[in-house]
Every structure is written in C-alpha cells, then in structure tokens.
Design a binder for this molecule. Structure first.
Ligand SMILES: [Zn+2]
Ligand SMILES: [Zn+2]
Length: 720
C-alpha cells in the first residue's frame, strides 16, 4: 500500500438526470488523500462548473493521454461502504436501473439534497507566463498590485479589492490563475470502525420461550416460514433473538408502513432502544437520525419497509421478509427491486440467514420449497373455525340476483342476534373492467395468454393487456351462452345500500378509499361494539384487531379475473387474509360468495388444501410459461403523441425478437392518453433472466434517441 499510493478516484457524478450514469476519473490531491475513499461525497470540476459525485473506486490512474483534473473537496465521512456499493451494483444490474439510481438507495433522501459539500475556497495568483494588460482598468490594476505584493491570495479577499468582472477578465486573459485551496478534513471521522459493541440488551434465553416452532438455532441459511401471523411473528421474533444473542444484528422487512409499528411494539420490550424503525412515512430528519444510529452500529434490530434493506449495519445475521408474497414489496420508482430479491442478495453478501415469511407464500417461493431448494417451517394457518362457500350460480338458477345470497343474509342475522359483529368485504383491486358472466362466472379470456381481457366500454371491445389482441365484446357468454354479462363488480356503496335495505334499523359504516380518513374512528367503534357492521375494501386488512365474528366476502371471483397471470394466487392470498380477521374469535365464521367454488384457490380457503392450489397453479404456469418457469419483463413506452408511444413499443418488440427473446404486444396501457401521456406496453419473456436483461438492455439502448421514453420492470408484480 505504501509503495503504490492511491492517486486516482472514479467518481459517479450525482447529476439531476439519473437515467444516465456519468463516471469520470479524478486525481486525489495529496492533502485530501486520507479522506477520499469509496463512498465519499466529493465536489469535482466538470467543464466550467463544479459538480457533486460519489467515489466508487480508488486506485491507480487509468492510462490516459490527458492529465486528470483534481477533486476539489470532500464532504464529511463516506456516505456508504464498499460492501453496500456492491449491493447497489447488484441491484442496478438486476433491475436495469442506473448505478446512480441504485446508489440513491444507500442513504435517506435528505442525505442527497443538493447541500453542496463545503466548497474549497479558491486562491488566485499571477500566471507564470501571463502578460499583464497594457492599460488595465483601475480595478484590474488594484488586483494585480495585491497579487504582486502577496503572491497567492484567497479569491474572497481579492474581490473586496477589485470586483468579480475585473478578476474574471484577468483570468480570461491568462494573467491570473485560480486554483483550489485544500482544506484538511477531519481525519477522525473516517477512522476504520472498531469491533462492534454488543448491541442492545441481550435477552436471557429463559425470558421468552419459543412460541410454537422449532428453535431457529440450527438454522438453515434460507427458510420459508409458512403460517398465520399468530405463529409467524413469534417465530421471527425468536429468530431475531437468536441472531442478537449471538452478537449479530437483524433486519425485518414488512410491506406496509402500518406493519412497522406493530412489529416494533412486539419486539420493543426486549430490545428496547436497540430497535430502529425506518420507512418512507417518517420525516426527513427522523430518517436521517435512524440512519445515523445504524451507521454508528447502535441498532440491533431494524424494522422497516424495503428501503431499510440498505441500512448501514454490520454483522447482519438475519434478514426476515414478512408477507413476502405482497406486491407492495416491489416499488414503482427506479430501481424497481423486490424486497425478497435484495434481501436474498444482501443475506449472501453478509453471510446472514434469510427468512421468507407468509401466510400464503408467493408461487415462486412455493416452487423453491417444493423443489427442496428452500427449507420450510409450516405453522398453523390463521382461519376461523368455519369457512363456507356459497355457490352464486345456484342463487342465480333460483332466479335470485341480489348481491347477498340467502345463506349470507341468514348468517348476518344470526350473528347480530348473538351480539356478534360483521364485516362484509368488497374487492376493489381488480378495478379493470372485466366482462363477467353472471350465470356461470366465466370471464372473457385471451386465447393466447390465458389472462382476462379488460372491457373497453367506449370501443365496445375486449383487449388483452399482455399481447394486445382485441375482439368485439361478445353479447353472450362464450362459455355457457348466458346473456347476463356484467362489466363491473359491485362497489362498497352499492353493498351498503343493500345492507341498509335488509337491516333498516342497523347502524352501518363503510370503509374504502373515500372514507379512509374516518378509519380509526370506525375501527374503534367497531372494536368497542358500538358499531356492528362494516362494509369495506382491502383497507380492512390494515386493522388486525377488528375481530369480527362473521366475515362475508361479497364476490370472491373478482381477484381471479384480474388481467394478470397471478389472479389465482392473489385470490388465495386475499381470501386467506380476509378470513383471518375472524380467526381466534369464538364462533368465528367466514362466508365466501363465488361462482367458481371448484376453483382450487377458492376451494382451498374452505378446505385448507393450499398445497393442492399451489400445485395446480404451478402446472398452469408451466403450461402457459409464466414465472417461475420463465422470466418476464414489462417495458412501457411513454410519449406525448400516441404514434410515438405505439412506435416506441413496436421497436422494443422488434429489438427483443432480434435478440431471440419472445415479445408480446404492444398493447395500450391502462389510462393511456390520460394527462397527455400515451403508454404502450410489451411483455418480454425468456427462459432465463440473463437473456431477458440482455434483450431489455438492447431495447433501451435502441430507444436512447427515440421520442418515446422506456421504463423497464423486471419480474413485474402488477399488470393493471
Ligand atoms: Zn357463462
Ligand atoms: Zn393475450
């Protein structure tokens, strides 16, 4: 090291346009050498101005004919470590983001605000070979006098003597040169870390017996924990305890901000101040404070949403991702990574144990369990004592077209009479308008892709979101010939109206996006028994303490008919979560209205045959070539002109096919044309992800000068 001093730094410029990486090499002046390392924030000359950047490598200068320019200043200690930079490189590589976009994950947003590093005060001096002007102005003359008398003078001081235009003119003529004055930084701030102190209080093993699961001590490197929250959370807590007791640290990642607090409360009594929470709902200052505690290694456990995966902790021994199936684990801003994937990469990097936990694992995770690639701990499912399916086809056959079937109405009456409380669940996620047969429950599907084709009422046609195939909307059900094709499922308001008609004396509350502000008041009234019937959407799942005695699912099939190959998977996940609201309640019951009671995903909710549903889903995915049997990427081309967007997507299809990768589409995206932006999407599919990424990269390179802007999402979670 002493023989070959590092003299050069590779700097990733932090420019506002994050879609392109600009990396430049700079010389490290001797005075800054102790301070500059990977992760340092530096200011550097760029053309005629000063730019900010991150040091991403330090080493010997690259072979270059031109002399390198010098780093001007360093702002404080490094923002990230070399190992976290490695994680960011990995994220960029796998999500096709730029390295700059990925590096922005390595610290809270406030750390990146254009708070310039202390600019190095420049000094001015006479140029060695500059010829003084023949007739300098009075101000120029004064500046020259000062420089002749004092040699190098700080620019600030010089400006008091002459003024900026005068100095600028002298510099332009080459009479005066400006150069940075080096300011030594605080070397203590970047001293290599000492051995980490034992974080937090180490709980005695006797203080908390493992709730219901085998102790995580003899740990598999990767484990799927499959079961209801009642068993899952204590299991994770026990794994956290084991990691911390061994002198390590733990990261717990949840999909929603609302879950962070609940999990932290579950762990807080033991770990007290050693628990740090981190999510985007916190203020900038709170996030920076949390990050600083991590960087100082004062946290034993970090609980947060996916951004917490980049917490600057050392000795991470456990990374747990709860509700690993939840699509909210993947964000829609670059880099578009899934928490499960990054957790896996960080676990390998840190040598930590990875735990993927869920009541209903993703099909991808189940496939790894089935193939014995992933250890699996099965815990009890969380389900009410009784789950019943009501076949709505029977109701229709009897000429009943109401939203609530007779068995559900009877059950509501029975529970209310027994002082029970009722929740009616109305699905609003699949808000694409699908054509659904009221008689047999079938939806109009694309013959090639197997997914539902949303209905465009204006054009009176159905169109596949994946491949773009379009057809006139059928007048009768292609499946059974039925004539009652509906365009939309019932909304909460409609269900509320029906309930009021059937139970006129009852107080009814509605919980959906519109009434969300009243959420906690409604939940409190319900828990206290002042209110005994709620009609609500997915928003209900935020409250785990509602504990209704009866859960009624008004239409279980809507999730099944999303224009997305994950429809069946989402159906099982959603129905389990909704039914779980009544779990643990004495006489708890769930009633699920459906037209497809034999569908494996719907059936499993009543019978508990989840494995069967997963196996049937895997067979379908294999036949139709969807993940985990293929890698997918969605590429969206957006432009202000419809033709430019459509043309951009068509080019993507052409480029991908030229790369030997299958391309479906282009198809118009949802709400294409809204607010003056047209969107067309296509779907790339390949046997392995490397081929897929190569094709997507080629498409992005091809579109660099095109009118449409491309967005790439590898392994997209939502297609709506
Ligand atoms: Zn039909
Ligand atoms: Zn299709």
């Amino acid at each position: 090291v002493i023989d070959a001093p590092a003299v050069c730094a590779e700097v990733l410029l932090d420019l506002p346009a994050r879609r392109v990486d600009r990396r430049l090499a700079y010389r490290i002046p001797a005075s800054l050498e102790p301070e500059v390392r990977v992760g340092s924030v530096v200011s550097v000359p760029l053309g005629s101005r000063t730019a900010r950047g991150f040091v991403i490598a330090v080493g010997a200068p690259p072979p270059s004919v031109r002399p390198l320019r010098e780093i001007l200043a360093v702002a404080g200690p490094p923002l990230f470590s070399a190992s976290m930079l490695g994680l960011a490189r990995d994220v960029a590589e796998h999500t096709l983001s730029t390295l700059l976009e990925a590096v922005h994950c390595l610290a809270p947003p406030a750390a990146f605000r254009p708070r310039r590093p202390r600019p190095a005060p420049a000094v001015a001096a006479l140029a060695a070979n500059g010829a003084a002007p023949v007739r300098p102005g009075a101000r120029q003359a004064r500046i020259l006098d000062v420089l002749r008398a004092q040699g190098a003078v700080p620019v600030d001081e010089l400006l008091r003597n002459g003024g900026r235009p005068a100095l600028r003119r002298l510099v332009a003529r080459g009479v005066v040169v400006l150069r940075p004055a080096h300011i030594p930084g605080p070397p203590a701030s970047v001293s290599p870390p000492a051995a980490s102190p034992p974080p937090g209080s180490v709980p005695s093993p006797a203080s908390a017996p493992p709730a219901c699961a085998p102790p995580p001590a003899a740990a598999e490197p990767e484990t799927c924990v499959w079961g209801g929250a009642g068993g899952r959370w204590p299991w994770i807590a026990e794994a956290v305890r084991a990691a911390v007791a061994g002198g390590g640290r733990a990261l717990v990642i949840v999909p929603e901000i609302a879950r962070v607090g609940a999990f932290a409360r579950a762990l807080a009594p033991e770990f007290a101040r050693a628990v740090v929470t981190y999510h985007s709902g916190m203020t900038g200052a709170e996030r920076q404070a949390a990050w600083a505690r991590c960087a100082a290694q004062q946290a034993a456990v970090v609980i947060g949403t996916r951004s917490a995966l980049f917490a600057p902790l050392r000795d991470v021994r456990l990374i747990a991702v709860d509700d690993e199936h939840d699509p909210a684990h993947q964000g829609d801003a670059a880099p578009r990574y899934h928490a499960r994937d990054v957790a896996g990469r960080r676990a390998r990097l840190d040598g930590a144990r990875l735990v993927l936990a869920s009541a209903t694992p993703s099909v991808e995770t189940y496939a790894r369990v089935a193939a014995n690639e992933l250890a699996c701990v099965r815990l009890a499912p969380e389900t009410p004592r009784r789950v019943r399916l009501v076949d709505m086809r029977g109701e229709r056959a009897r000429g009943r077209y109401g939203l609530l079937a007779e068995p559900l109405v009877a059950a509501i009456r029975r529970h209310l009479r027994a002082r029970g409380r009722v929740v009616l669940f109305v699905n609003r996620t699949g808000y694409a308008r699908v054509l659904l047969c009221d008689e047999c429950g079938a939806a109009v599907r694309c013959a090639a892709c197997g997914v539902t084709m949303p209905y465009d009422a204006e054009r009176r046609q159905v169109c596949c979101r994946l491949c773009g195939a379009a057809a006139p909307a059928p007048g009768t059900c292609p499946h059974c010939g039925g004539v009652r094709l509906r365009g939309l499922g019932p909304g909460t308001a409609r269900v509320e109206e029906v309930v009021r008609r059937v139970f006129p004396a009852l107080r009814v509350a509605r919980l959906d996006r519109e009434t969300a502000p009243a959420f906690s008041a409604v939940a409190r009234d319900f828990e206290a028994g002042r209110l005994r019937l709620i009609v609500g959407t997915q928003i209900l799942l935020r409250a785990r303490d509602l504990r209704p005695s009866l859960v009624g699912v008004v239409d279980a099939d809507l999730a099944l008919h999303r224009p997305d190959f994950r429809g069946a998977e989402r159906t099982l996940q959603q129905l389990r979560a909704v039914a779980a609201l009544a779990a643990g309640v004495p006489e708890g019951e769930a009633i699920v209205q459906t037209r497809v009671p034999d569908h494996p995903a719907v059936r499993a909710v009543a019978t508990g045959e989840d494995e069967r549903a997963y196996r049937s889903e895997l067979a379908l995915r294999r036949a139709l070539r969807y993940p985990p049997y293929a890698a997918l990427a969605r590429v969206v081309a957006a432009a202000a002109a419809r033709d430019a967007a459509a043309g951009g997507a068509a080019r993507v299809v052409a480029v991908a096919r030229a790369c030997g990768v299958e391309a479906l589409g282009p198809a118009p995206g949802r709400e294409s044309g809204r607010r003056g932006v047209f969107r067309f999407q296509c779907l790339l599919r390949a046997g392995d992800e490397a081929a897929l990424r190569a094709a997507a990269r080629a498409a992005v390179a091809d579109a660099a000068r095109a009118a449409a802007q491309l967005t790439v999402e590898i392994n997209p979670q939502e297609f709506d």
